[in-house]
Design a protein around this ligand. Structure first.
Ligand code: ADP
Length: 396
């Protein structure tokens, strides 16, 4: 009987979001709107990353969840409870900032204990929780030190420790790694992922760094100008960017996006070079633009989906090759970022570093036809996204 109860509870939990934002808007006192109609359900144990350029409203959204900013309009639910007006301390969330925010005159132990003491947690339990957190974070040898005697990475661990000892159900992290040097950042990235697996705490993480988003998130929310652009797993977002902005923001070097003419099942570049599109794409195109046989579009291809003619590839179908002139060849050890002029627009291709490539060389490039993207010239939306929206509208 008990088992049945448990399994029912689990399915219910699976369906119920742990944090919900419904049409949340934020307008600051001087009238600047930082967030528009932000709606998102976050489920227990997710690691959700808000990513986008500086000023796009990531921190504001996080701070509305933490209770550090009022929500101008819209609703916030935490664990099913309407939370717009809950005090930050009553939200069971714990925030980790970029600046660590450690007390300089207190030892690491005291820094970890402080928040719990103010909540009147019994001394033994505080001690127990600190030892546990210190073990997880490997900061046991530093408990009696003051923050100034710690490295950046150690300070960041202490800041995380403070969130862990609080046993908050939700960790909110605002660019927690941006003060660390590049090597430590990479190391802490994997440590945070491990920590998340270990603790199973729901995490919302803000960063402007798409690599952090791609490597850490279970789900990514891409934002721009206060609006959500796309929500999806890293793979969904990388393989199926919903618009030109997302396609260029996620991935490094960025996706190449060129303006082309769509003409009866082919795309024609400005230099006259044309490639025939796969039937699947033409079908999608015709479904959206029924009568438009010739019009301007954006064409996108990632640098790794451009193949040098004659090189081995897993691609099932390649476009016919086009000769381009290399303007710059950046060697990264095992591969080149080959900058070339295509269609009077610069493109970058990732090419294996088998043979030396020099500026001025002519090479033949082909596109992996399964990996091309087409975007609407006006809205910037991908045709995949437009197809999905149109089907959705037709169902209504
Ligand atoms: P991000 O975290 O993506 O860099 P923010 O949420 O910090 O973006 O900021 C979003 C917008 O809101 C920006 O235009 C910023 O200038 C503005 N903003 C942020 N905080 C305040 C504030 N306290 N008062 C007024 N405007 C603010």
């Amino acid at each position: 009987m008990n088992e049945e109860k448990v399994s029912k509870k689990n399915t219910l939990e699976e369906r119920q979001p742990f944090i919900s934002l419904v049409q949340a808007n934020k307008i600051y006192a001087h009238g600047v709107q930082a967030v528009y109609d932000f709606s998102l359900d976050i489920f227990e144990r997710e690691f959700v990353v808000f990513v986008g350029p500086s000023g796009c409203g990531k921190s504001t959204t996080l701070r509305m969840i933490a209770g550090l900013e009022d929500i101008t309009s819209g609703e916030l639910y935490i664990d099913g409870v309407f939370a717009n007006n809950l005090e930050p301390k009553d939200r069971e969330v714990s925030m980790v900032f970029q600046s660590y925010a450690l007390y300089p005159h207190m030892t690491v132990y005291k820094n970890l204990a402080f928040g719990l003491e103010t909540r009147h947690v019994p001394r033994d339990e505080i001690d127990e929780r600190i030892k546990q957190a210190a073990k997880i974070l490997e900061i046991e040898p530093y408990l009696e030190r003051r923050p100034r005697a710690l490295s950046g990475g150690q300070m960041q661990r202490v800041a995380l420790g403070r969130a862990i000892v609080r046993k908050a159900k939700v960790f909110l992290m605002d660019e927690p790694l941006s003060n660390l040097d590049a090597k430590l950042r990479v190391q802490m990235r994997s440590e945070l992922v491990k920590l998340h697996r270990q603790l199973g705490s729901t995490t919302i993480y803000v960063t402007h760094d798409q690599t952090e988003a791609m490597t850490m998130a279970t789900r990514i929310v891409v934002m721009k100008d206060g609006r959500i652009q796309q929500v999806g797993t890293p793979k969904e977002i990388y393989d199926h960017p919903a618009n030109v902005f997302v396609s260029k923001f996620i991935g490094s070097p960025a996706m190449n996006v060129l303006t082309v003419t769509y003409k009866e099942g082919t795309i024609v570049f400005n230099n006259g070079h044309s490639i025939k599109l796969p039937a699947k794409i033409v079908e999608m195109h015709d479904y959206i633009y029924s009568a438009q046989h010739t019009h301007t579009m954006h064409f996108g291809i990632r640098p790794e989906d451009i193949i040098q003619e004659g090189y081995p590839t897993l691609a099932k179908e390649l476009s016919k090759p086009l000769a381009v002139e290399i303007k710059l060849a950046e060697l990264l050890g095992n591969e080149y970022y080959a900058h070339a002029d295509f269609d009077n627009e610069p493109i970058i291709a990732k090419i294996p570093a088998g043979k030396d490539i020099f500026e001025g060389d002519q090479i033949n490039l082909c596109f992996d036809m399964d990996k091309i993207h087409l975007f609407d010239i006006e809205s910037g939306l991908s045709i995949e996204k437009m197809q999905e929206d149109k089907k959705h509208d037709e169902k209504k």
